[in-house]
Design a binder for this molecule. Structure first.
Ligand code: NYM
Ligand code: MG
Length: 210
């Protein structure tokens, strides 16, 4: 159908704690979208393959130390460097699926105690997601999925802080909670259902202060 091809792409964001299953489900959603006949790309943040993401990766793996403000800005810069790609894809009808976005950026930095007003503005101007799929996982289930890794930021204490902060960023206008304790197939189904309900009639919006 002609109309389908002219429809814009959608910006779909997966957010949630470590071990909530975001990466697995983001990948599956992209596969399902492609199988359904649309085009879609997956973008993980941080993009560890890019020059900026590589610096972040080295910090996370404990190879280098970094000032926390600088780290926060690198995470934001990593996203801004993908702004053009995201907008181009969406204009061409390609869905962009992000494994984390600015809500991870704000949550982790607030959890570390960085200044609130400052943390909340550095992603202002990014493309605004059409939907944030907020993966909610219980600590028990997260632990049963292999516990924490050995990267920086994956300590139980910081995760507990992030778990408190991230829900406060929720905006009911475009955030949908996903029960990430459920089995893989059930989560996949819930995600795809939410995907099919997306409204593409308005142009992609711009993020204001978070
Ligand atoms: N993280 C991720 C941040 O602290 N700020 C951000 O803006 C983003 C996108 O990086 N522990 C943290 C959360 C994770 C870590 O992410 C790497 P992943 O999804 O584990 O590769
Ligand atoms: Mg991780």
């Amino acid at each position: 159908e002609q109309n389908d091809q002219e429809e814009r792409g959608a910006l779909i964001v997966f957010e949630g704690l470590d071990r909530s299953g975001k990466s697995t489900q983001a990948k599956r959603l992209v596969e399902k979208i492609i199988n359904s006949g649309r085009m879609a790309v997956l973008q993980a943040f941080p993009d560890r393959q890019s020059p900026v993401g590589e610096m972040i990766d080295r910090y996370l793996r404990g190879e280098i130390d970094m000032d926390e403000h600088a780290l926060h800005l690198l995470f934001s810069a990593d996203r801004f460097l993908k702004k053009k790609m995201i907008k181009q894809h969406i204009a061409q009808g390609v869905d962009v699926v992000c494994d984390r976005y600015c809500y991870s950026g704000v949550s982790y930095s607030l959890a570390k105690g960085l200044p609130e007003d400052w943390v909340r503005v550095t992603d202002q101007g990014l493309p605004k997601p059409d939907i944030v799929l907020f993966f909610q996982v219980s600590p028990e289930v997260a632990a049963s999925r292999g516990g924490f890794g050995n990267e920086r930021l994956e300590t139980a204490q910081l995760q507990a802080e992030v778990a408190k902060v991230m829900p406060t960023l929720r905006d009911d206008a475009f955030w949908k909670s996903v029960n990430a304790d459920a089995a893989l197939a059930a989560v996949e189904k819930e995600v795809f259902q939410l995907y099919t309900e997306l409204d593409r009639s308005k142009p992609l919006d711009v993020l204001e202060k978070i």
